[in-house]
Design a binder for this molecule. Structure first.
Ligand code: ADP
Ligand code: MG
Length: 252
């Protein structure tokens, strides 16, 4: 029942060999409890995206284990991993990656089509309503603001009711007011039981999480529970990241 949503056991990801070898993740072990919001922070190149991609089954570790519930992702064939990504994982990126020729409704229905199902209209509209865009179902991405497009992307990630929702800087392309809308939605989803893991550079965004994990040189260098933007910014500065200008801004 209280099994973690995700467990990493000594996960290593290296690229290249010999003199050119880069260890993007170095024996990372961690547990992410279900129904919690985790922010991942660290300097550029510290391994944040690699951590997210290995955890979400988008990339394969060189060593160690990644468990989603009871399933060890590192033992799955490509085919089963693809199915797992479609059925059990949601992902949002900094770039919204919506298909420009499709309406919001059609974009949100796509993961269901990929899973071999014909989307039921009521089901898609319910998820669009959850992100406050029920009235925009017939609009194409070009007719929506950046914040609205990211909310469509969120609805698309959630329509399959994934066990874990991953975000790689989902607010990175948004202004602060619009970021806040997206973060408020993520927070509300977690409060309803969704597990969310998000990479961010922004201490204010991180302060919406229950827990912040700090990465440096491919290792977890510490964690912060019940984070405030100010405490997050301090830790980031200590890790050698550029001092955050948002430190004075109110927390989530
Ligand atoms: P972050 O998201 O924290 O900026 P990344 O996870 O993207 O960091 O990268 C971690 C390290 O791994 C960096 O040194 C990066 O250059 C290296 N890296 C990432 N992807 C590749 C790749 N495909 N080939 C070689 N090196 C890579
Ligand atoms: Mg990155």
């Amino acid at each position: 029942m209280n099994q973690p949503a995700v467990r990493l056991r000594s996960v290593t990801r290296s690229y290249g060999t010999g003199e050119n070898a880069v260890t993007a993740l170095d024996q990372v072990s961690l547990d992410i409890p279900r129904g919690t919001f985790t922010a991942v922070m660290g300097p550029s190149g510290s391994g944040k995206s690699t951590l997210l991609q290995c955890t979400a089954g988008l990339d394969r570790p060189t060593g160690g284990q990644v468990l989603l519930g009871e399933t060890d992702l590192t033992r799955l064939s490509e085919r089963r991993l693809t199915l797992l990504r479609r059925q059990r994982i949601g992902f949002v990126f900094q770039a919204f990656n919506l298909l420009p020729a499709l309406t919001a409704e059609q974009n949100v229905g796509l993961p269901l089509r990929l899973a071999g199902r014909r989307p039921r209209r009521a089901e898609v509209l319910r998820v669009l309503a959850e992100v406050g865009l029920r009235e925009r179902a017939g609009h194409r991405p070009g007719e929506l603001s950046g914040g609205q497009q990211q909310r469509v992307a969120l609805a698309r990630a959630l329509v399959t009711q994934p066990e874990v929702l991953f975000g790689d800087e989902p607010t990175g392309a948004l202004d602060s007011a619009t970021s806040r809308e997206v973060l408020t939605l993520l927070r509300a989803m977690v409060d309803r039981g969704q597990t969310v893991i998000m990479v961010t550079h922004d201490p204010v965004a991180a302060s919406c999480a229950d827990q912040v994990l700090f990465l440096a040189d491919g290792r977890v260098q510490g964690a912060l529970d019940a984070p405030t933007a100010e405490r997050v910014a301090h830790r980031m500065t200590a890790l050698g990241a550029v001092p955050a200008t948002a430190a004075a801004v109110a927390s989530c």
